[in-house]
Design a protein around this ligand. Structure first.
Ligand code: FUB
Length: 465
């Protein structure tokens, strides 16, 4: 858990500067991680469409023993989500399932990482699935290996309904499709199967318009998958998860042409020290800020095939190199002070005496609580937006055992302005304690909770009113 102790100092300073600016000019709050909190989601492809962010992820479920492959990915359909403020994500419901795809093996539960993209007012959703074993009439007889194929479904709006094509795309065998459309309008399809492959797409977006090219400039050792290509300032970035050591980390290479040759540049996100074997990324610019979307198994620490999508800010150096992204629970941006500020999605904590736990292990989607168990334990949650200074009370949802002492609410830094001091008393059940603020605060501030006492204090959230 400590390994997920958020933002390095350097990253923190940069984020802080950026967020100060966003606090002044942007009227929205941005999400905490994970982004979707009522179902498992993985392999997020984020796109800006009509001024909103759309995320096309895959959808992990827990299979019954009679379904799919035991203890493996179990994925039978896709949902699409959108947000205009990156806090509130709307689930537009199921957009495609394996039962609707004529060529898909409907017992395989293998609707893996997808991509969705707009072209000329139509929306194209690319997805892999295992094909029906004897229904593979379009297969290239020279290609052996996995029976994964890649199909397309088309819609008039990003939310669907999507109509799947009757057959998978000819000559495409593998997983993790990604489509990139260059400035000249040429679209490219990428996918993986041991190697990365790329080809031009016909302008109908449904079939290849060139030979398949094997992109050979990538490591041969260790699984690599999940290609995602984007362009910035004339540089074509190929990003991908790769097992360089034990689990997947996110790497990237660059080229001056969408089909390469690519040159390895570095690591965008290190492998997770805990929990999740896979990772899978997309990178998007929204309202001037770049974001990395990825996944982790937040809601399923014991089974890493049930994952959850996340987003964090991403920054470039002046020469176009991507700075490493440290995964955070806090996510990015602002949280309104009158919302329930979930301290368990912290930016930073004391070294000792702080941990997070599920509120109810039997239902992880209820979220987490903060547990402060040593004198001077503290937690910081960055960028709380107190708006125009009309708030004069704080409500804290808490539980306390063998407790004595006080809880301080501060802003700025650990010894910053004292907003309130709450005298603590035992409570076996969750209670909502109201406390007066010493002064009214406006604008954006980092919020600190500092435990000056003994015993065990559990906090679900803090809200200002
Ligand atoms: O979600 C199933 C597979 O796991 C994806 O296709 C890979 O990229 C990995 O994330």
């Amino acid at each position: 858990m400590r390994s997920f102790k958020i933002l390095s100092d350097i990253h923190s300073k940069k984020s802080f500067l950026l967020l100060i600016i966003s606090c002044l000019i942007v009227e929205f709050a941005i999400a905490q991680n994970p982004l979707i909190r009522d179902q498992f989601t993985a392999d997020p492809t984020a796109r800006v469409i009509n001024g909103k962010i759309y995320v096309f992820p895959s959808h992990d479920i827990r299979c019954e023993t009679t379904q799919g492959r035991p203890d493996w990915f179990c994925m039978e359909d896709y949902h699409v989500f959108s947000s205009s403020n990156m806090t509130d994500w709307e689930d537009h419901g199921m957009i495609l399932s394996q039962y609707q795809v004529p060529w898909a093996d409907q017992e395989s539960f293998s609707m893996w990482a997808p991509d969705g993209i707009e072209r000329d007012g139509k929306f194209y959703f690319y997805f892999p699935s295992k094909a029906k074993s004897r229904d593979d009439s379009t297969a290239d007889p020279n290609v052996n290996g996995s029976s994964f194929r890649i199909g397309v479904a088309v819609a008039d709006t990003p939310e669907g309904p999507y109509r799947p094509e009757s057959n998978p795309i000819d000559h495409v065998h593998g997983i993790d499709p990604n489509v990139f459309i260059d400035h000249d309008g040429q679209a490219y399809l990428y996918w993986s199967q041991h190697h990365f492959f790329g080809a031009k797409l016909n302008s109908n977006m449904l079939e290849l318009d060139s030979e398949v090219i094997t992109l050979k400039d990538f490591p041969d050792e260790g699984l690599k998958e999940g290609p995602f290509v984007f362009e910035r300032n004339g540089i074509y970035y190929m990003t991908y998860p790769h097992v360089a050591n034990k689990t997947e980390r996110i790497e990237y290479a660059t080229a001056d042409n969408p089909l390469g040759p690519f040159e390895f540049q570095g690591v965008i996100m290190d492998e997770s020290p805990v929990g999740c074997w896979t990772n899978h990324q997309s990178i998007v610019q929204y309202e001037g800020q770049w974001f990395l979307f990825y996944h982790h198994n937040d809601y399923s620490p014991e089974f890493d095939k049930n994952r959850s999508i996340r987003a964090d800010s991403l920054f470039f150096d002046a020469d176009g190199k991507i700075q490493k992204v440290i995964p955070t629970l806090r996510g990015i941006g602002l949280t309104k002070a009158h919302a329930q500020v979930q301290l368990d999605r912290y930016s930073d904590t004391s070294e000792e005496g702080f941990q997070i736990e599920f509120l109810d292990k039997s239902n992880p989607f209820l979220g987490w609580k903060s547990v402060l168990s040593q004198p001077e334990a503290w937690v910081r949650y960055n960028q709380v937006d107190f708006e125009h200074g009309e708030l004069n009370k704080a409500m804290i949802k808490m539980k306390a055992k063998d407790i004595s002492g006080v809880l301080e609410l501060r802003i700025g830094d650990l010894n910053g302005q004292l907003l309130s001091v709450l005298t603590l008393a035992d409570s076996e059940d969750w209670i909502e304690k109201l406390t007066d603020l010493n002064s009214q605060v406006s604008g954006c501030h980092d919020l600190f909770l500092v435990f000056k006492g003994d015993g065990v204090l559990e906090v679900d959230w803090v809200s200002f009113n």
